[in-house]
Design a protein around this ligand. Structure first.
Ligand code: NAP
Length: 447
């Protein structure tokens, strides 16, 4: 019998080491000071962008690392629109410069990135307007935050830029809005409290949300854009953003919930949360980035499990509502896979640049309750809450404070000066962002 020959098995890729240290020194404070702006607000003419300008217009009292007033600018594709936004934001914005750079203009974005210490972007859909800007920021060592919820786009940015951002110590931190700051920082706080109080890592964390708010035209445009792309099927992968995909983890037990359930810890009926497929991927990336490749896990257990839900309340009516909502969500998710339905939704939906009224944004609110458990059965509870529309008021506060963490408190951030990469709010900003958001009026409680 002829001997079968086989080609040698391909060499196994080494497991990705969590957050290796930068090989190249990050810019010194004096080099950063030499840049023209502490923060550039890109997408400043959009619905959320205008709110970031209004937020920065109130920061006249802040000083940068050199003790000088914070230097910031509005950026986008239209000088006229940006000038109108600046004028509408009053005296606090009048010294801010205007930088014109179209999202596809690599040369203009390169100059913008060289001039900025930190870029805050609200120009979405990010799959359409974000890629060149991220590339420019990584190239020039400019730290970056945004409010995307587009996991397939971030998956692509990780593949293209994570290694370079690790090597030059640039922090690129997407998901700094309502998706996914409460889920990511809330879970991180629970894991830290478990470690401190009981000396054990958290095996599981679950979160349930209640919220009141509206939807922006820009958010619908982003959802329609990626549902219509060939990346839509990536959304189902529970570990889409995890760095160690070579380990081919089983997704069993990590799939997104699809039906109603009664939860004894929350004493409530729960249903699937429409932002769960985004937030859970971000929290799982944080767990992987913050778990050492070797040695004892701290905070997040090796087989860490995270899930989140929408809360409906305790009675029989809540059970019916959770059931009806689950069925409606499954039906609408299926409908959005059909091109004619997406085309119709695109025609009927409010367009980019629109959003809820001022009154509706002021009446909005959110509350996220979390429970973490350890292998030996210890439990830690926490909650995060704020008033105001989650996708606008809370998102603006979160992303602006995230940018200020990088611009003003860089040396206090987790991982020290050299940590870089495509990070998450927990791995890139951690306790510094919690403290800034608390100071800005957001509730962060851990029992
Ligand atoms: N994480 C969260 O909780 C959260 C909450 C709200 C929104 N979002 C996301 O944030 C993004 C923005 O939302 P939004 O409601 O503010 O949307 P929007 O009002 O439509 O704003 C989009 C922005 O992108 C800019 N833009 C469009 N084409 C451009 C180009 N070629 N070059 C440069 N800039 C360009 C627009 O500039 P012009 O004004 O010149 O058109 C505008 O500033 C969306 O992706 C949305 O999904 C996330």
């Amino acid at each position: 019998m002829a001997k079968s020959t086989s080609t040698p098995a391909p060499k196994k890729k080494p497991a990705v080491k969590a957050l290796p240290r930068a090989k190249r020194q990050v810019p010194s404070p004096s080099q950063i000071q030499a840049r023209k702006y502490d923060v550039v607000l890109y997408g400043a003419s959009g619905f959320v962008g205008k709110q970031t300008v209004a937020h920065f217009a109130q920061l006249g009292h802040l000083k940068n690392a050199a003790g000088k007033p914070l230097r910031w600018a509005l950026a986008g594709r239209s000088a006229d629109k940006l000038a109108a936004v600046r004028a509408a934001c009053g005296a606090g914005a009048k010294h801010a410069d205007i930088v014109v750079a179209d999202a596809q203009d690599a040369a203009a974005l390169g100059q913008l990135a060289q001039d900025a210490h930190v870029v805050l972007s609200t120009a979405g859909p990010f799959a359409l307007y974000g890629s060149e800007l991220v590339a420019a920021c990584v190239k020039h060592g400019t730290h970056y935050v945004d409010i995307t919820g587009e996991t397939p786009w971030v998956h692509g940015m990780i593949a293209q830029h994570h290694a370079a951002a690790v090597a030059n110590g640039t922090r690129i931190i997407p998901f700094c809005g309502f998706d996914s700051v409460p889920s990511d920082l809330g879970t991180w706080l629970i894991t830290q409290a478990m470690q401190e109080k009981y000396g054990e890592p958290c095996e599981r964390v679950k979160a349930c949300f209640t919220l009141q708010g509206g939807v922006n035209g820009g958010t619908l445009a982003s959802a329609l854009n990626f549902m219509g792309s060939d990346q839509a099927k990536m959304l189902a992968d529970p570990f889409l953003l995890s760095p160690d995909r070579d380990r081919k983890r089983s997704s069993t037990g990590h799939q997104d919930p699809s039906g109603p359930s009664y939860d004894v810890d929350f004493k409530a009926w729960l249903g699937p949360f429409f932002m769960g497929p985004i937030n859970t991927r971000v929290v799982r990336r944080s767990a992987d980035l913050l778990t050492p490749a070797r040695g004892k896990p701290m905070g997040y257990a090796k087989n860490f499990h995270y899930q989140e839900y929408l809360r409906f309340g305790g009675g029989p009516l809540a059970a019916a509502a959770a059931t009806a909502f689950s069925a409606g969500m499954a039906a609408s998710q299926f409908a959005m896979t059909l091109a004619p339905v997406r085309a119709l939704a695109g025609k009927l939906a409010p367009g980019p640049g629109t959003g809820p009224s001022e009154g509706s944004m002021n009446r909005g609110s959110f509350r996220c309750e979390l429970v973490g458990t350890s292998a030996s059965g210890h439990a830690v509870r926490g909650r995060i809450a704020d008033r105001g529309d989650p996708g606008n008021r809370a998102t603006t506060k979160m992303v602006c404070e995230a940018a200020l963490c990088l611009a003003l408190q860089f040396d206090e951030l987790p991982g020290g000066r050299s940590r870089g990469g495509l990070l998450t709010p927990a791995s890139g900003l951690g306790a510094v962002l919690v403290a800034r958001l608390r100071a800005a009026g957001m509730t962060f409680e851990v029992d």
